[in-house]
Design a protein around this ligand. Structure first.
Ligand code: NDP
Length: 254
């Protein structure tokens, strides 16, 4: 169906070498997009590329550290040079430091904000002229339940993910004239490397998530394939500035 067809489109996915980013990459590849994965760990990326190619997708990797503006610019340049254009940017790279706020160092605060929020802005800024050249584009920013809620052990993370939603609204407003739609996806609790760490550190987290999630399960990376295709495709051409939860009902449970 044309509404969901991504043949001929090129998607750059930060942190796409595992977890939610790879789940989105798998969806985009199956809809026909060429994928450029951008992250730091080459070994993880090699496995992710093999996985995408098994699905029949075109996929390549570029080294990226989103905390470095020059690296963001270089990743976008690489995508355009190797795949010919850039239509879709998924700002998915993310990290956290689990500590009470009074125990956080300045370096830890900046690392989380630089990775989750400032890095997403640098990548969007780098992508903008390429999307203008392509006649339009789609930016998908990854927020969190911490875009909505607070948690004692995740103050910089929540600040960055709240910022993602507001940045999304601002960019959507600014770039509508360029036919670029900018939206945020707010995942619930998803089984990835990031949350495996949280489950090991925060006692009772696993059970609390199951008890509070109406769907009665943790999310999986592949739960993000559908929303990625929708927000990357013509189907969402009049959707911009939205923050869409993909959480099994976690955020609407009283
Ligand atoms: P993962 O740890 O599997 O993925 C995070 C990815 O970000 C990794 O692939 C990592 O790759 C990349 N990354 C981290 N720092 C950098 C950096 N400086 N430069 C480039 N890439 C970087 O976790 P998830 O899949 O869970 O997380 C993906 C996104 O989803 C994050 O933004 C996270 O905050 C968000 N999220 C996750 C939830 C969950 O329950 N899992 C819930 C809500 C939001 P590498 O180390 O190779 O650079």
């Amino acid at each position: 169906m044309e509404l969901f067809n991504l043949e001929g489109r090129v998607a750059l996915i930060t942190g796409g070498n595992g977890g939610i980013g790879l789940g989105m990459a798998r969806g985009l590849a199956q809809a026909g997009a060429s994928i450029v994965l951008a992250a730091r760990d080459r070994d993880k990326a090699a496995a992710a590329l093999a996985d995408l190619r098994k699905l029949g997708g075109k996929a390549s990797f570029v080294a990226l550290d989103v905390t470095d503006e020059a690296s963001c610019n270089a990743a976008v340049r690489h995508a355009v040079e190797t795949a010919g254009r850039l239509d879709i940017l998924v700002n998915n790279a993310g990290t956290t430091v689990r500590k009470q706020p009074e125990a956080l160092s300045a370096e830890e605060w900046h690392r989380v904000l630089d990775t989750n929020l400032t890095g997403a802005f640098f990548c969007a800024q780098a992508a903008h002229p390429e999307m203008v050249r392509a006649g339009g584009g789609k930016v998908i920013n990854i927020g969190s339940m911490m875009s909505i809620f607070g948690a004692a052990y995740a103050v910089p993370y929540a600040a960055s993910k709240g910022g993602i939603v507001q940045m999304t609204r601002g960019l959507a407003t600014a770039w509508a004239r360029d036919n670029i739609q900018v939206n945020a996806v707010l995942p619930g609790w998803i089984d990835t490397e990031l949350t495996r760490g949280a489950r090991a550190q925060v006692e009772g987290l696993h059970e609390r998530v199951l008890a509070r999630t109406p769907a009665k399960r943790w999310g999986m990376p592949d739960d993000f394939a559908g929303i990625a295709v929708f927000l990357a495709a013509a189907a969402s051409d009049f959707v911009t500035g939205a923050a869409i939860t993909v959480d099994g009902g976690y955020s609407v449970q009283a």
